[in-house]
Write a protein that binds this ligand. Structure first.
Ligand SMILES: Cc1ncc(COP(=O)(O)O)c(C=O)c1O
Length: 343
């Protein structure tokens, strides 16, 4: 269409995992199968609906303070987004001019490339080695912004902290470590923000807090970068109900720890069971497993599990097309899925 920018006319939009209602077991978008904290849910009962007449706090002040406390940083080192995807958009808009480039690995979260394309920026792709380790070229990139999820999206593998430090040591680039899944791995690059002025760490309530629906994410970096991001964020980017729910969820550490414990336990036995069934399983530190069936094609497994009421994720890309990505559900759901897969 002639009025639409060239980049948008040519854009292949990001495709999220299918959303469905009904009795399907959704294991295709790395959502959490357990309910959110009851302390967080009490916000909905106690909410004064008259306050909805007013705009929300533009900087999510109280939530920022709580996030700073929980992540062990100062308030000025934090920014709140409408999901961490919103902070990815702010980053792209803050650092990239048309014609600049970002660097990513492959496979990874494909939204980085989509957002760069919308901005008119290029994407430099560094294929991961066969064991999913980082190739040497990635450490030497001259791209303005480097995006790396840790654990990595789609593979679930964890990159060691020394390699994150090596990336940050390359002063050409702003380094974004996307920790959407880090709570399931139990390690974080947040402590490195004191040492590296070019580092931004992202967190979210979508996975480990069972709150994908409220759309809240966190950016953690030095105050100069945070001030720059604040200038480009939408004025009222996080709604008032979500600010309150996320704050209570962050404070409910007992619920959080219990939730993580259950997912990690289930992930570990499920991965082992797939291995025992002969599948090739990538060691995962996230809330999903990337695995390759041996006797059946991915397509036939998908058919089998869909007819039994399960949704899992398939990516038709060169590095992933023999594999399936399965989010970790409850113990009962995963036992049932295993039966369906095996027979
Ligand atoms: C690596 C990665 N980053 C970010 C997101 C999006 O997180 P949020 O729900 O906070 O926008 C996802 C969602 O699946 C993801 O896999």
């Amino acid at each position: 269409m002639k009025w639409v920018r060239r980049q948008i006319n040519n854009l292949q939009p990001y495709v999220p995992g299918k959303q469905v209602s009904g009795s399907v077991v959704k294991l295709n978008a790395n959502e959490n199968p357990y309910p959110p904290s009851s302390r967080a849910m009490a916000v909905l009962q106690d909410f004064n609906s008259d306050s909805l007449r007013l705009y929300p706090d533009a900087v999510s002040g109280k939530l920022r303070e709580t996030a700073a406390e929980v992540f062990g940083v100062n308030t000025e080192q934090t920014i709140i987004g409408n999901g961490s995807d919103d902070i990815l958009t702010m980053i792209i808009r803050t650092f990239l001019d048309e014609g600049d480039s970002i660097a990513v690995v492959d496979p990874t979260y494909t939204l980085y490339e989509t957002l760069a394309e919308i901005q008119g920026a290029e994407t430099e792709i560094h294929p991961l080695n066969d064991d999913y380790s980082i190739p040497e070229s990635f450490f030497k990139t001259e791209s303005k912004v480097v995006f790396l999820p840790n654990p990595n999206a789609q593979t679930g593998t964890l990159f060691p902290t020394e390699q994150i430090e090596r990336l940050c040591g390359n002063n050409n680039s702003v380094v974004v470590i996307d920790e959407a899944y880090a709570d399931f791995a139990g390690i974080s690059s947040i402590p490195l923000i004191k040492k590296y002025k070019n580092l931004i760490v992202l967190r979210t309530v979508s996975k480990s807090y069972s709150l994908a629906g409220i759309r809240v994410g966190f950016g953690i970096s030095n105050p100069d970068i945070i001030s720059a991001l604040m200038k480009v964020k939408d004025s009222y980017n996080v709604n008032s109900i979500s600010q309150l729910i996320a704050k209570e969820a962050l404070l409910d550490r007992e619920h959080f720890n219990c939730n993580i414990g259950k997912i990690v336990y289930t992930r570990n036995w499920f991965a082992k069971s797939l291995l025992d069934a002969g599948w090739k399983v990538t060691p995962s530190e996230a809330n999903f497993i990337l695995a390759e069936p041996v006797d059946d094609s991915p397509e036939s497994i998908i058919k089998k599990v869909e007819s039994a009421g399960f949704l899992i994720r398939y990516f038709d890309t060169p590095r992933l097309k023999n594999k399936l990505r399965i989010s970790i559900g409850t113990d009962e759901q995963m036992k049932l899925l295993l039966k369906v897969i095996k027979f």
